[in-house]
Each structure stands twice: as structure tokens, then as C-alpha cells.
Write a protein that binds this ligand. Structure first.
Ligand SMILES: *[C@@H]1O[C@H](CO)[C@@H](O)[C@H](O)[C@H]1NC(C)=O
Ligand SMILES: *[C@@H]1O[C@H](CO)[C@@H](O)[C@H](O)[C@H]1NC(C)=O
Ligand SMILES: *[C@@H]1O[C@H](CO)[C@@H](O)[C@H](O)[C@H]1NC(C)=O
Ligand SMILES: *[C@@H]1O[C@H](CO)[C@@H](O)[C@H](O)[C@H]1NC(C)=O
Ligand SMILES: *[C@@H]1O[C@H](CO)[C@@H](O)[C@H](O)[C@H]1NC(C)=O
Ligand SMILES: *[C@@H]1O[C@H](CO)[C@@H](O)[C@H](O)[C@H]1NC(C)=O
Ligand SMILES: *[C@@H]1O[C@H](CO)[C@@H](O)[C@H](O)[C@H]1NC(C)=O
Ligand SMILES: *[C@@H]1O[C@H](CO)[C@@H](O)[C@H](O)[C@H]1NC(C)=O
Ligand SMILES: *[C@@H]1O[C@H](CO)[C@@H](O)[C@H](O)[C@H]1NC(C)=O
Ligand SMILES: *[C@@H]1O[C@H](CO)[C@@H](O)[C@H](O)[C@H]1NC(C)=O
Ligand SMILES: *[C@@H]1O[C@H](CO)[C@@H](O)[C@H](O)[C@H]1NC(C)=O
Ligand SMILES: *[C@@H]1O[C@H](CO)[C@@H](O)[C@H](O)[C@H]1NC(C)=O
Ligand SMILES: [Ca+2]
Length: 576
């Protein structure tokens, strides 16, 4: 481990120099003096007068999916910069910096989620806990709370391309480049000493992570990338697939019916992994052994629920008390969703969620007057098409009239083409990253209901086949192990634990694990977690419990691996 901190000239001068405290370095003048020189980053102008500092000590952070409970001290440093030649351009960046005694020569960038380029304080505490200067950016979108969609259009039909490239990858490149330099100068790190640099993010933040490691091989020594929203053109439109399936079949299942199908899937597939704990750790065996059709006629009931509101936004509509039996139409909707998207020529367009995941995109709304269930257009999918493809200042579509599976395919290709160099984020050749010695730990919930788990497997397999396609499968995955390891989290939902499978946890110490890999050369064969599952296997090995052992065996199972292989034959060129 690398814990030493250079005391530079002060140490050489020896004598009774008081060690600097957090209070000493958490001042505007101290940070201004530490700012990189004006020619440090060609094209950018840092604004020393914008620096702010705010100290927080003895702050208790509760256990989360990304770190254990801790008490932390930090200083929140913010500053602004602009891109030369762009009028009215201000980008705000914020770094939490640890006390000098706690600094462990590390820098960490953290990512956003949805259409946000940062996640507030969701990830940063893990940086402070591990002695890292920990950064986030506002992308130039006005403030840390402004999301990209608020600035994406300059007018209807006119794209703010600067915002696209900032969101796509540029803002994160700038955040890390400035942050690494600032970390060195704030703590007087000598040129001969290393400051290790890291990335942590999930969902859109996972895409942001890949956007960096695909382009800037030297930027991070290690990255923890969760459930990335890569293959962006496909991913965003795919949120509408469940809606179009319902519309095409002409059946809008009551929410309770799909929840019952999910519950019965969990009940049927739980034990296929060798451990009856309410957690599907082998959704591949579920695919091979379970058919939703077997649930036909099963009775279900749900209590009435109030609308779910988060941050003033309704994320789930109110629903009445429901009861009924699972219908053939409900099963057809579920099976069609799970099969993935095919166009009218029977060509495969895009992959779906694993069986057992909740049918989040398939939520329907209840009309009290007519006592019927109807279409509820996915907000992420609707906004993507309305704003980013149709270029209208609208946060969703008003209708999916006339949408077919072919419409979805065409919209996916349109987004992939328009944003191929900014958002798609599927560059499969990571040779430069491998040469640079960087390490990536990629995690994805096996039961993700927002970004299909198979999306991450397909990217891993794209990298593998592009870089090591001339090797045997086993030799190529061994070669991948050198720099890129993928872990599917048993039962895991989108970037966290799954309320429907509560015994499945989320690996909390993955940042520590990547640190051990980078600084201690300890490559993780498995990830640590808690609950009934204490270790997570790395792809392509799959977990199997035997003899009531708390740890699974990580087994090679060709039939299971094959269920994760996709041939996207609706496209004329490879879809990585
Ligand atoms: C830190 O917080 C704990 C619990 O809130 C409190 O007991 C303790 O006195 C605090 N310490 C300092 C130095 O403020
Ligand atoms: C850091 O400080 C800025 C300026 O006060 C604030 O907007 C931002 O939310 C703070 N960041 C975090 C993660 O607390
Ligand atoms: C860095 O060096 C300056 C000049 O010697 C000193 O004032 C400052 O306290 C040092 N900072 C730290 C974190 O040691
Ligand atoms: C699904 O299972 C959960 C957890 O056991 C339960 O609370 C819920 O009522 C079930 N829903 C249905 C429709 O069976
Ligand atoms: C599930 O069962 C139905 C009805 O028997 C059948 O039509 C369908 O092909 C099956 N699906 C799979 C994936 O085997
Ligand atoms: C189902 O709902 C109907 C009408 O809402 C009610 O009459 C019936 O008792 C309910 N059955 C069960 C098993 O809850
Ligand atoms: C609900 O149903 C009534 C009666 O069919 C209809 O007039 C109304 O437009 C529907 N409301 C919505 C929001 O679709
Ligand atoms: C921009 O498009 C939105 C959605 O179509 C529309 O409501 C709005 O009036 C348009 N704005 C202008 C200035 O035309
Ligand atoms: C759907 O297609 C019909 C028939 O071509 C057309 O009249 C209607 O305007 C279309 N609806 C939308 C929303 O495009
Ligand atoms: C690949 O490795 C696994 C063990 O990890 C082994 O079971 C399997 O037979 C190997 N396949 C080939 C083709 O060597
Ligand atoms: C994972 O668990 C093992 C065994 O308990 C422990 O030695 C190791 O330090 C843990 N790693 C992390 C990153 O927590
Ligand atoms: C596993 O544990 C259960 C309950 O303790 C017991 O009934 C069962 O026989 C055990 N199975 C094996 C293979 O040890
Ligand atoms: Ca299980």
C-alpha cells in the first residue's frame, strides 16, 4: 500500500514544522495558491476568484451500497473555469478534500445518473474514507443541480453540441485532469511521488466511466464502473420497448399481474443456483428452465398503493386494490418483453432484462373513471425520443401511436448514428488501457430492471473478441483478467440492492478492491459482499452453491454462457 505523503521541502528543512491541518488547507487563499498554472490545460481558463471552501468535520455517513458507515472530515472546494473562445461558458467543479493526515495520495472522480452528470454526495464519501481528493462536475449546465436536458436545446431543432460533448466525455476529462493536479499541489506531493487516480460511477455514471477509459488510457489507474448506460442510442429507446409490446399485443397488464409474474419467477428460479434464499443468482438457468407460461391462471392480489413521489416527481402512479388471475395476454406481454426486441423481418434488434427482474418499463396506469389499465410511457425513453431525437423542448412523448418494433429499431439507429462519437460509448479496443496498466472492475446487477444485465456482458464480449478473438475462449478471458473484470451481482437491481430479493446484497467495498488491485497488485477473483451471498463470481464463471456452503463455487457452464451471447442481426455493421 502506498500511504506515504511527501513533505517536500518542508520535510528537508526539518525542524518543528507543524503539520498542516484541514483548517489550514480549507481556505480560499490556500486553494488559490495551489491552482495549476494558467497554461496547465490548453484551452481552459481557471478562475481563481471563483474558489469557495467549506469545512465539514465529524460527519457521520450511514452505510450505503458503495461504502460502509464512517465518520469523515472534509473540505468542499469549488471553482469555475471556462473554455477559451466560448461566450458565457462557466463550468463548476467541486472536490471534497481530506485532512492532510488522512490523504493517501489518491484522486477519485465520481459520476452522475440519468440525465445528471453528478450524483451529489452519493459516491464521494467513499473517496474521503479512502484518503482521496474526490471530484464532481456540473458539466457547464448552470449549477451542480442542473441536469443536461435543461441546456441541451438552444432552441427547438437546434442542438447545443457543446453540451453534448461535455456530457458525453469532455467534462469528466477536465474534472480528472484538474483534480489530479490540484491534489498534488494541495498536499505538496513531489514530482517523484505517485498520486493514484480512480473513477467510481454507476448507470449514466458508469457510461461516463467508460467514456474516459476508452479514450484517455492514462487518466485513471483504476475504475469501478457499475451498470453503464452504454450503447446509448439503443439503451434509451429500449425503455420504450415494453410499452410498444403492450400496444402491439393490445393488452395493458394491471401492475399486480406483472408483479405476480415476477414473484412466481423468483420462487421458481431461486433454488436453481443451489441456495434457497429468495435470490436469483443464476438468471441464465432461469432462462433455460422456466417458462412464464407455467404461471397461467395463478391467482394474485395487491393492496392499494399511494403514488410514489421522489424529489417532487411522481415516479409511480397510485394504484387500486387488485386481484385476479394471470392471463394468457399478461404472459404474452411478459414473454415478448423477455425475448428482446425483434423487427418485422425477425431480426434481433436489442436485448432485454433477465427473468426475475421487475417489469419497471412495463408499468401501466389505472383510469378510475373507466376502471381500465392503459399506457404509461417510460419517461427516460419518452424524453430521449422527444428531446434528443425529435429536438423538441418536451420531457416526454404525448403518444406512441403508430409505433412498431421497426420504429424502435429505426430510432435506435438514428441515435447511434447522431451521437456515435459522443454518447454511444462502446469503443471495444482497450489496448491502450491495457498497455497503460489500468484496471477496471465492472459490476452489474443480475436482476437490473433499467439497463439490461446482458448489455454489460455484450460489451465485455465485444472487447474480448476484438482484442483476443484469435485465442480460445478460456485463453481470451484469462487475457481480459489482466485489466478488465466483470462481476454480475446475484439478485442485484439497478445500481443497488433489490427490494424484491432482499438477501442479495451489493458489493460495498469495490472501491477498496480496485485500490488493492492497482496499488497492491491483488487482482480480485471474487468481490466481497454480505448477506446470504458473501462472494461474487467474475464472468464468465457463474455461482453455484453446494453442500450448504456460504460461499458459492464459481463454475464454468457453457449452456449458461451461451444464453448471454447475442447476434444483433438487424444491423449491417457490428453492434459492440
Ligand atoms: C463527533 O460526533 C460524535 C457523535 O455525534 C460526538 O460524540 C463527538 O463528540 C464528536 N466529536 C467532535 C470532535 O466533535
Ligand atoms: C460543494 O459546495 C457547493 C457550493 O456550496 C455546493 O453547491 C455543492 O452541493 C457542494 N457539494 C457537495 C457534494 O456537497
Ligand atoms: C505545503 O507547503 C506549504 C509551503 O511550505 C505549507 O505552507 C503548507 O502547509 C503545506 N501543505 C501541506 C498540506 O502540508
Ligand atoms: C410479491 O412478493 C412480495 C414479497 O414477498 C409481496 O410483498 C408482494 O405482495 C407479492 N406480490 C404479489 C402480486 O404476489
Ligand atoms: C413457453 O411456453 C409457451 C407455451 O407452451 C411456448 O409457446 C413458448 O415458446 C415457450 N417459450 C420458451 C422460451 O420456451
Ligand atoms: C377481488 O375483488 C372483488 C371485487 O373487487 C371482490 O369482490 C373479491 O372479494 C376479491 N377477491 C379476493 C380474493 O380478494
Ligand atoms: C379515463 O377514462 C375515461 C372514460 O373512458 C375517459 O373519458 C378519460 O379520457 C380517461 N382518462 C385518461 C387520462 O385517459
Ligand atoms: C418548442 O417545442 C415544444 C414542444 O413541441 C413546444 O411546446 C414549444 O412551444 C416550442 N417552442 C417554440 C418557441 O416554438
Ligand atoms: C398514425 O397513422 C395514421 C394513419 O396513417 C395517421 O392518420 C395518424 O396521424 C398517425 N398518428 C400519429 C401520431 O402520427
Ligand atoms: C475452460 O475453462 C473451464 C474452467 O474454468 C473448463 O471447465 C473448460 O473445460 C475449459 N474449456 C476449454 C475448451 O478448455
Ligand atoms: C474481502 O474479504 C476478505 C476476507 O474476509 C478480506 O481479507 C479482504 O480484505 C476483503 N476485501 C475488501 C476490499 O474488503
Ligand atoms: C442444507 O441445510 C438444510 C437445512 O439446514 C438441510 O435440511 C439440508 O439437508 C442440507 N443439505 C446439504 C446438502 O447439506
Ligand atoms: Ca438462490
Amino acid at each position: 500500500m502506498h500511504h506515504t505523503r511527501s513533505l517536500g521541502l518542508a520535510a528537508t528543512a526539518a525542524v518543528a514544522v507543524q503539520a498542516a491541518t484541514l483548517q489550514d488547507i480549507c481556505s480560499v487563499s490556500y486553494v488559490q495558491a495551489a491552482l495549476p498554472a494558467s497554461d496547465f490545460f490548453p484551452g481552459l481558463t481557471l478562475d481563481p476568484s471563483s474558489v469557495t471552501t467549506a469545512i465539514t468535520t465529524n460527519s457521520s455517513v450511514a452505510e450505503s451500497d458503495w461504502y460502509n458507515a464512517a465518520t469523515i472530515d472534509y473540505c468542499n472546494v469549488t471553482l469555475a473555469y471556462s473554455h477559451n473562445g466560448i461566450a458565457n461558458d462557466i463550468v463548476h467543479i467541486s472536490y471534497w478534500i481530506p485532512a492532510p493526515n488522512d490523504f493517501q495520495n489518491r484522486y477519485l472522480s465520481t459520476g452522475g445518473g440519468g440525465l445528471a452528470i453528478n450524483s451529489g454526495s452519493t459516491y464521494i464519501p467513499t473517496g474521503i474514507i479512502n484518503g482521496a481528493v474526490s471530484g464532481q462536475t456540473d458539466g457547464g449546465f448552470g449549477s451542480f443541480d442542473n441536469q443536461w436536458d435543461s441546456v441541451f436545446l438552444l432552441a427547438n431543432d437546434t442542438i447545443n453540441w457543446q453540451s453534448v460533448y461535455m456530457f458525453g466525455y469532455q467534462a469528466h476529462h477536465e474534472l480528472a485532469t484538474i483534480g489530479k493536479q490540484l491534489a498534488k499541489s494541495i498536499y505538496n506531493v513531489s514530482d517523484s511521488e505517485t498520486v493514484y487516480s480512480y473513477y467510481l460511477g454507476c448507470s449514466e455514471g458508469g457510461r461516463e466511466g467508460w467514456s474516459q477509459v476508452q479514450r484517455f488510457a492514462d487518466q485513471f489507474d483504476g475504475a469501478v464502473i457499475g451498470a453503464p448506460a452504454i450503447r446509448y442510442g439503443q439503451q434509451q429507446v429500449n425503455h420504450l420497448t415494453s410499452n410498444v409490446v403492450q400496444q402491439t399485443i393490445g393488452y395493458y397488464p394491471p401492475t399486480c399481474e406483472l408483479e405476480a409474474i415476477m414473484n412466481l419467477t423468483i420462487a421458481a428460479c431461486d433454488s436453481l443456483d443451489g441456495q434457497a434464499d429468495g435470490v436469483i443468482s443464476r438468471s441464465d438457468l432461469c432462462k433455460l428452465n422456466f417458462n412464464v407460461s407455467s404461471t397461467l391462471g395463478t391467482a394474485y392480489s395487491c393492496d392499494a398503493t399511494a403514488a410514489q413521489v421522489m424529489g417532487g416527481i411522481t415516479i409511480g402512479a397510485a394504484s387500486p386494490a387488485q386481484n385476479g388471475t394471470i392471463t394468457a395476454e399478461g404472459i404474452e406481454v411478459a414473454n415478448t418483453i423477455l425475448n428482446g426486441l425483434y423487427d418485422s423481418n425477425g431480426k434481433f434488434v436489442y436485448l432485454s432484462y433477465q427473468p426475475g427482474a421487475s417489469f419497471a418499463d412495463a408499468a401501466t396506469t389505472y383510469n378510475e373513471t373507466s376502471d381500465t389499465w392503459g399506457l404509461d410511457i417510460s419517461s427516460l425513453g419518452g424524453e430521449w425520443v422527444a428531446r434528443y431525437l425529435e429536438l423538441q423542448d418536451a420531457s416526454t412523448l404525448s403518444t406512441l401511436d403508430n409505433y412498431t418494433y421497426d420504429t424502435l429499431r429505426d430510432l435506435m439507429i438514428e441515435g447511434q448514428t447522431r451521437y456515435g462519437d459522443s454518447l454511444q460509448t462502446t469503443q471495444p479496443d482497450l489496448s491502450s488501457l491495457q498497455s497503460a496498466g489500468a484496471k477496471v472492475i465492472h459490476v452489474h446487477g443480475e436482476q437490473d430492471n433499467s439497463i439490461p444485465t446482458g448489455s454489460s456482458v455484450h460489451y465485455y464480449e465485444s472487447v474480448r473478441s476484438v482484442m483476443f478473438g484469435d485465442m480460445s475462449y478460456n485463453a481470451s478471458t484469462a487475457a481480459m483478467d489482466d485489466f478488465y473484470r466483470l462481476f454480475l451481482v446475484p439478485g442485484g437491481a439497478h445500481c443497488g440492492t433489490n427490494t424484491a430479493q432482499p438477501n442479495g446484497q451489493w458489493p460495498q467495498t469495490t472501491f477498496e478492491t480496485v485500490i488493492e488491485w492497482v496499488e497492491g497488485a491483488v487482482a480480485p477473483d471474487t468481490l466481497n459482499t454480505t448477506g446470504t451471498i458473501n462472494s461474487i463470481c467474475r464472468w464468465p464463471l457463474r455461482p453455484m452453491w453446494t453442500d450448504n456452503n456460504t460461499s458459492p463455487s464459481c463454475v464454468y457452464d457453457q449452456a449458461s454462457i451461451d444464453t448471454w451471447m447475442y447476434d444483433f442481426d438487424a444491423y449491417s455493421t457490428p453492434l459492440y
